[in-house]
Each structure stands twice: as structure tokens, then as C-alpha cells.
Design a protein around this ligand. Structure first.
Ligand SMILES: NC(=O)c1ccc[n+]([C@@H]2O[C@H](COP(=O)([O-])OP(=O)(O)OC[C@H]3O[C@@H](n4cnc5c(N)ncnc54)[C@H](O)[C@@H]3O)[C@@H](O)[C@H]2O)c1
Length: 422
């Protein structure tokens, strides 16, 4: 690599929740080609339309040096490749590296002497150098750390969060050699307003990202466990948490469903690596278990709340408010709300789901559920996602009777108007 090239052409591989904001940020300062194998996604972006709601059309336009393409030739001349493809788990909760390795193979085929490949996808410590580098080297026929270099810079954005956006979150950077690390760090330093944090190795950067999400998962699992205990004691968990949070060192987390592409997935990456090395993680996996069981708990509690009104779940009209995995975001990946929907259906409830953020076509295609567009009246209303829109709904108009159950799992409504919270 010509580590003095201050104006490289950057190719961003994968234009999803992570790749697009990154391409837009870099596209203000560098020549960037945003590449995605999803032709439909690329043509929407070429028209300034982002279905993930991460970037507005005006923001995309501000990235004057950014182009979008699904043609491999368009990225063959780049000097820096940044990989932002999905890293999900398979049905056995093991890392599914298919996209990551396919992207590495594709880059390997066009890799040139002096190029740098930076991975941003969330992985386990060791993955970049042990799994991706051999693919790059084999496909390109080039020598690692002589002909080409790699780096790792985990993404820490929180889709739907308009405050902590890409350029306002400190970016960890790492490289396969000290020179590569310095070069990558300077590249990012140009776009990250709050600065970068260069670490000593790729493994440290990979591990830091993995533990950020594992820690969050474990902390949420603790308050979820409290919600299970306090439910048995008729104590409002949210009140307890608010009271405890008055102590300076109490950490504030809220109980709820844990879905999506990160918090509910990344701990399995760390657990996989630990298990491979002969250590079975206790805390990480039990946190996962508690969080995964929350959908069944919510279903059971809703059934109990209806029973208190002498109403059987079979035939009850139930409205689920929110199907995405998090608030004010259209992402439905691994949303645990669908478990609740299907569990209630199995019990004979007449379930409707309403979500102003989710893509109705995607929900139908992936879950076989037709989202409601007009709200009626219901025996039970279950708030599962804290979309701001749900705060201002007129709940009185949605009730079949005064007894209608309002189960606000996210504690977004005035406690006086709800039947129960988590
Ligand atoms: N979504 C988040 O909040 C978030 C936050 C931090 C880190 N991450 C991590 O970032 C990575 C990407 O996540 P995301 O949410 O942006 O995923 P995403 O599914 O929104 O986007 C990935 C994009 O990559 C494309 N793609 C898949 N394989 C490809 C290939 N071989 N070549 C080119 N394009 C390809 C897909 O078409 C898709 O548009 C994951 O590792 C994730 O864990 C995500």
C-alpha cells in the first residue's frame, strides 16, 4: 500500500443499516463506490431512497463523491475496501459467515498489490485474520501484510437513534501492521467528529465490539429476570428500577424483548469462539436464555390478564402494537414480537398487528402476517415496541369495554391508563 495516498477510492461492500451511513459519511471527503449485491437496494439508493430510514435524500446528496453500484467492475479500481455485510447466526445459533466469506472471496478476486480491506461486520475475536484473510490471500494470490493489508473497525451505530449517529460515536480502529493501523485510523478520523480510538490489534477491536453487545444483553437479561420475579410478587418492576436508579452506581436498563441483528446475535459469536477454545460461557449463554424466553412470558401474562376479566384467550380480539425489533426503526430481523403473535394465534386469539414503521410487504413475505392498516376495537392491547407514535394513540377508542387489557411492556404510557407493565 502506498500509505501516503491521502485520497484513496473507497469501496463500501454492503449498503444496509451500517454500510449506507458510512458510504454517505466517506462520500463527503473521498471518492466512494457503495456496492451491494441487492440490485433493488442499489436502484432505490440511486434515486435517493433509503428504506432503512438511516439517511434522508438530502444527506445522500451531500455525499457528492458517492456512487452506488452492483457491478463488480465499478469497485475493481478502489484501494480501500470496507466490508459491512450481515453476520447472522444459523438455526443452531452458530455464526453464519456466508456473506462475510462471499464478500471476501469477491474482493479477493479484484484485490491488487497495496490494497487494504477493512472489516466492520461484527464477528468473534480472530475472525478477520483467521477466517477472512486466508480467503483474500487464496483468491488474490497475494501475500498478507506484504502485498495487501487488513483492518477492523467495528460499527457502533444504533438505528433509530438520531443523536448517537455514526460521526458522533468514537470509532475503534485497528490494522494488521502498525502502518496499516495508522493509515486506517487517519482515514476514519476525517469523518468521525468525536474522534477515533486506535487499538493495538485487530483481535482487540473485534473483542471490544463483541463484549459491548454481550454486556448489554446480559444487563437486559438481569432486569428481565427481575420482571419475572416481581411479576410473582405483584411489584411494578419499572418503579423498582426507577427507585434503585437514584443510587449513583446503579445501572439503568429496562426489561423487554431482545431481538434484531446485534444484541440477540453477537453474544453467540463470542460464545462460539469461547466454546471452540474449551470454555463454555455460563453468564453469556444464560443471559441469552432469559432474554429469549421473554416472548413466552409476555404471551402468558397477557392470557392471565384476560383471564382476570373472565375472558378466554380463545376468540379474544388482541391488538399488537409494534412488530419491529426496536423503536422508531423499520428493522424486523429476529423480532421476538412475531413469536408472541404466533403463540397468541395458536391459542385461538384473533390477533391483529399494527406498525407504522415496518414494511408491510416484508412482514407478509417473511412472517405471513398482514399488518392492519385501520384500527378497530379490542379486548386486549399489547404494546411491544416503543414507537413514539404509540404514545399519542387514543386508547379509549380502541377498547371493546372499560375492562380492555392494556399491557404496556415498554412502559411508554401513563401508568394510570394501563392494566399492566412488564
Ligand atoms: N444494524 C445495526 O444496528 C448494526 C450496528 C452495528 C454493527 N452491525 C453489524 O454490521 C454488519 C451489517 O449489518 P447491517 O445491519 O448493516 O446489515 P443489513 O442486512 O442491513 O445490510 C447488509 C447489506 O449487505 C448486502 N450484502 C450481503 N452480502 C453481500 C455481498 N457478498 N456483497 C455485497 N453486498 C452484500 C445486503 O444486500 C445488504 O444490503 C453486521 O455484521 C452487523 O452485525 C449492525
Amino acid at each position: 500500500m502506498n500509505f501516503t495516498n491521502k485520497q484513496p477510492t473507497i469501496a463500501i461492500i454492503g449498503l444496509g443499516y451500517v454500510g449506507l451511513p458510512l458510504a454517505v459519511a466517506f462520500g463527503k471527503y473521498y471518492k466512494v463506490v457503495g456496492f451491494d449485491t441487492n440490485v433493488k437496494r442499489v436502484s432505490s439508493l440511486q434515486e435517493g431512497q433509503d428504506d432503512t430510514l438511516q439517511c434522508k435524500e438530502e444527506e445522500i446528496k451531500l455525499a457528492t463523491q458517492l456512487q452506488f453500484s452492483s457491478d463488480l467492475n465499478s469497485i475493481a479500481h478502489a484501494q480501500v475496501y470496507i466490508v459491512t455485510v450481515p453476520t447472522p447466526v444459523d438455526e443452531n445459533k452458530n455464526p453464519d459467515l456466508q456473506s462475510l466469506l462471499a464478500a471476501s472471496k469477491m474482493i479477493g478476486a479484484i484485490l491488487k498489490k497495496g490494497d487494504i480491506v477493512v472489516y466492520e461486520s461484527t464477528v468473534y475475536p480472530g475472525c478477520t485474520e483467521e477466517d477472512c484473510v486466508p480467503v483474500l490471500a487464496k483468491e488474490s494470490g497475494l501475500a498478507f501484510n506484504i502485498d495487501f493489508f487488513v483492518g477492523y473497525s467495528p460499527e457502533r451505530i444504533n438505528p433509530g437513534d438520531t443523536k448517537n449517529t455514526l460521526t458522533k460515536i468514537i470509532k475503534l480502529t485497528a490494522g494488521s501492521t502498525p502502518d496499516a493501523a495508522n493509515y486506517i485510523d487517519a482515514l476514519y478520523a476525517r469523518i468521525i467528529e468525536v474522534g477515533t480510538f486506535k487499538v493495538s490489534s485487530i483481535k482487540v477491536a473485534e473483542a471490544a465490539k463483541a463484549i459491548e453487545n454481550a454486556q448489554r444483553d446480559i444487563n437486559i437479561s438481569f432486569v428481565n429476570e427481575l420482571a419475572l420475579i416481581f411479576d410473582k410478587m405483584n411489584i411494578d418492576t419499572h418503579e423498582v428500577l426507577a427507585a434503585a436508579a437514584t443510587k449513583w452506581n446503579f445501572l439503568s436498563f429496562k426489561p423487554g424483548l431482545v431481538g434484531g441483528h446485534c444484541i440477540g446475535v453477537d453474544p453467540y459469536y463470542l460464545a462460539h469462539k469461547a466454546t471452540q477454545l474449551g470454555h463454555t460461557p455460563q453468564v453469556i449463554l444464560s443471559g441469552r436464555k432469559v432474554n429469549d424466553a421473554m416472548s413466552s412470558f409476555i404471551t402468558d401474562k397477557l392470557i392471565r390478564l384476560l383471564a382476570k376479566n373472565n375472558q378466554d384467550i380463545n376468540g379474544a380480539k388482541v391488538l399488537i402494537l409494534g412488530v419491529t425489533f426496536k423503536e422508531n426503526c423499520p428493522d424486523i430481523r429476529n423480532s421476538k414480537v412475531f413469536d408472541i403473535y404466533h403463540q397468541l394465534k395458536e391459542k385461538g386469539a384473533m390477533v391483529e398487528a399494527f406498525d407504522p414503521f415496518a414494511d408491510a410487504h416484508e412482514v407478509l413475505q417473511k412472517q405471513g402476517i398482514t399488518l392492519s392498516t385501520d384500527l378497530k376495537i379490542y379486548d386486549a392491547i399489547l404494546i411491544t415496541v416503543a414507537h413514539s407514535f404509540f404514545v399519542s394513540l387514543n386508547y379509549e377508542q380502541l377498547k371493546t369495554s372499560e375492562a380492555t387489557v392494556i399491557f404496556d411492556t415498554k412502559a411508554i404510557l401513563d401508568k394510570k391508563i394501563v392494566t399492566a407493565r412488564l
